[in-house]
Structure formats: structure tokens, C-alpha cells
Design a protein around this ligand. Structure first.
Ligand SMILES: Nc1ncnc2c1ncn2[C@@H]1O[C@H](COP(=O)(O)OP(=O)(O)O)[C@@H](O)[C@H]1O
Ligand SMILES: [Mg+2]
Length: 310
């Protein structure tokens, strides 16, 4: 489903005070499920009436939600409020100057929009949505890491995952075909915009079998370098490979594992199977998992320092 960047509709109307208030809600969500109005007012250094008035506006814009049946008046930040804070921070740092309201990429776990830097470069801004639509699928995260902070978990988890992807892109972009990251704030990352099409978007007759074969080879050549470097994608599929005019890129590194992680071995097998099967199904590319596995297995072992030296 294509979603609009709601934060942008409110954004031009937001004053410095509104951002202080949003920040007050954000910070206090570490301690409260519903942040008391008084705490927000104190943080924003305004009286309770002023805070309450601005919070009413922020509520109308969908940036916070209010609750009064809990013995006091309390507020929570919404994902749109979190977006507004991230956009503001990225704009203040001079990373982005503008961002579009319409979504470019519709992925499973994120919404991606086009942005422009102050020097006019086109960038992709990816907002993680992990706490919202996929909270139950990622219950493991919530359960383990954030047991005592359940009410703030979506803030923490979506931030953590954005940071994780940013780190992977930073490590990999000098050595392999992945987008170059420019910045990270909260649950958002900014990276080079890729002109191209996802493999999943292509129709079966857009590629000949020979073209498909050489694309598969290129993807696996890049992936082998990456595995040797010590990283396993863990969500590789035709949805996360982009075909550009002259090459390919592997995107969506939010779920990567290092090869030191015990599950990375099975994930690597799965990645290869998913990709090879997609090419067989769609373009009749006659390659088998076994054709590639020995090379990938030894790259995986080497990266863990397990390779033998003979
Ligand atoms: N750097 C980029 N440039 C252009 N489009 C992008 C970029 N990154 C992602 N997209 C688009 O957004 C979609 C979702 O991004 P992705 O990183 O795969 O997140 P998700 O976890 O939601 O699948 C991609 O399939 C692609 O169409
Ligand atoms: Mg994806």
C-alpha cells in the first residue's frame, strides 16, 4: 500500500516550540507509556496551557495521540511525529533540503521517499516502519531486548534497525554494489537515489534467458565479495536487487547478519536458494544451488577465520 508522508503536511506549519514539544514527548516515552502534559510543558519551557494548545494542534495533524482516561492527561508520539523529528534533524544537519510526499518504494518494512540535498542531488530517504506493521513478526526483538521498555519498543527498534542498515551500507559501499549512505537519524536513513528497477518489477519477457543469466552472475559475484567480507544479507530476493542501466545493486540491508552469527549460515543458504529459484522460475535460468554453494561456503568460512591454509 502506498502511504503518504503525513508528517510533511504538518511540517510547514510547525514552529520551534512544536519541535521542542515533540522532543519532550519522545524523550519522556522512555519512562512513561503516556507522557504527562506537565512533563512535556516543563521540557518545552512553556506553561501547561500553551503546551496543551500546541499538543492539540499536533494531535490534529496526527503527530501525537492524547489520552485522558488514565487519571491524568498524557500523550504519545505517533510514527508521523517521529518522522517529523527525523526530517527536521536531517534538514538542520544540511543533509536534505526537501522531500517528496509520495512514496517511491513500497517495501515490507519501510517507506521510501525521494529527497533533495542542498546541492541538488537526488537521494532516497528510507523510514523504518518496523514497530508498526511488522511488530508481531519481529516479536523476538520486543520480547528479548526491550522487555522492560515495551511501550517505547517501536521507537527503539525502528531506530536500531535503521542504524544497523546504515552501518552495513557504510561498510559495504566502498567494496560492493550497494547504495552509498549519506546520513542516519532516528528511524530514517538517507542514501544515494538509485535509478533503476527492482528485478521483481520486471516482466518475464523484459529479459532474455541470457540476459537473466548474466544478471544472476553479477549479483552472485557481488554477494560473494560481501560474504567474504563477513556479511550475510538474510533477505535476498528479486525484491532487493535493483537493475540499473549498466549494472545491479543489492539493497535493503536492514536484516543483515555478520558471518560470526550462528544463524548466518542458514540465512546464506536461504538467500542463495531464493535468488536462484526466482531466476529459474521467471527466466528459466538453469543454475542450481549446488553450482554456487561450495564457493559461498568457503567464503563464509574464510570470513570467520575457519578456512584451511593449504
Ligand atoms: N536508494 C534507493 N533508491 C531508489 N529506490 C530505493 C532505494 N532504496 C529503496 N528503494 C525502493 O524502496 C523499496 C523498499 O526499500 P527496501 O530497502 O527494500 O525496504 P523494505 O525493507 O521495505 O523492503 C525498494 O524495493 C525500492 O523500490
Ligand atoms: Mg526490500
Amino acid at each position: 500500500m502506498v502511504s503518504k508522508l503525513l508528517a510533511l503536511e504538518a511540517y510547514p506549519s510547525l514552529k520551534d516550540l512544536d519541535f521542542r514539544i515533540l522532543r519532550g514527548v519522545e524523550l519522556n516515552m522512555r519512562h512513561h507509556r503516556w507522557v504527562p502534559l506537565e512533563d512535556i510543558a516543563r521540557f518545552a519551557r512553556v506553561d501547561v496551557e500553551t503546551a496543551s494548545f500546541r499538543l492539540g494542534k499536533l494531535d490534529n495533524w496526527g503527530l501525537v495521540v492524547r489520552r485522558s482516561d488514565i487519571g491524568y492527561i498524557g500523550y504519545q508520539l505517533t510514527i508521523h511525529g517521529y518522522d517529523a523529528l527525523a526530517i527536521r534533524a536531517l534538514a538542520k544537519k544540511g543533509v536534505i533540503e526537501a522531500i517528496s510526499t509520495t512514496q517511491i518504494g513500497v517495501g515490507k518494512d519501510a517507506d521510501v521517499y525521494v529527497g533533495v540535498t542542498p546541492s541538488g542531488e537526488k537521494v532516497a530517504v528510507k523510514f523504518n516502519r518496523i514497530g508498526g506493521r511488522t511488530a508481531s513478526r519481529r516479536a523476538g526483538y520486543h520480547g528479548h531486548v526491550f522487555q522492560n521498555k515495551r511501550h517505547t519498543s517501536w521507537l527503539y527498534v525502528s531506530r536500531l534497525i535503521a542504524k544497523k542498515e546504515y552501518d552495513a551500507l557504510l561498510l559495504l559501499s566502498p567494496i560492493a554494489r550497494v547504495p552509498r549512505p549519506l546520513a542516519w537519524n532516528r528511524h530514517a536513513i538517507v542514501m544515494d537515489f538509485i535509478e533503476g528497477r527492482e528485478l521483481a518489477e520486471l516482466r518475464d519477457d523484459d529479459l532474455s534467458r541470457e540476459e537473466a543469466e548474466s544478471i544472476l552472475d553479477r549479483v552472485l559475484e557481488e554477494y560473494l565479495k560481501i560474504v567474504r567480507f563477513g556479511i550475510v544479507h538474510s533477505d535476498l530476493s528479486e525484491f532487493n536487487v535493483v537493475l540499473t542501466d549498466d549494472d545491479i545493486l543489492i539493497i535493503d540491508w536492514a536484516q543483515h547478519l555478520t558471518t560470526a552469527h550462528p544463524e548466518s549460515y542458514e540465512m546464506l543458504k536461504r538467500d542463495l536458494n531464493v535468488l536462484i529459484n526466482a531466476f529459474r522460475r521467471r527466466w528459466r535460468v538453469d543454475r542450481k544451488f549446488e553450482d554456487f554453494w561450495p564457493e559461498f561456503k568457503s567464503a563464509w568460512e574464510e570470513s570467520r577465520g575457519e578456512g584451511n591454509d593449504d
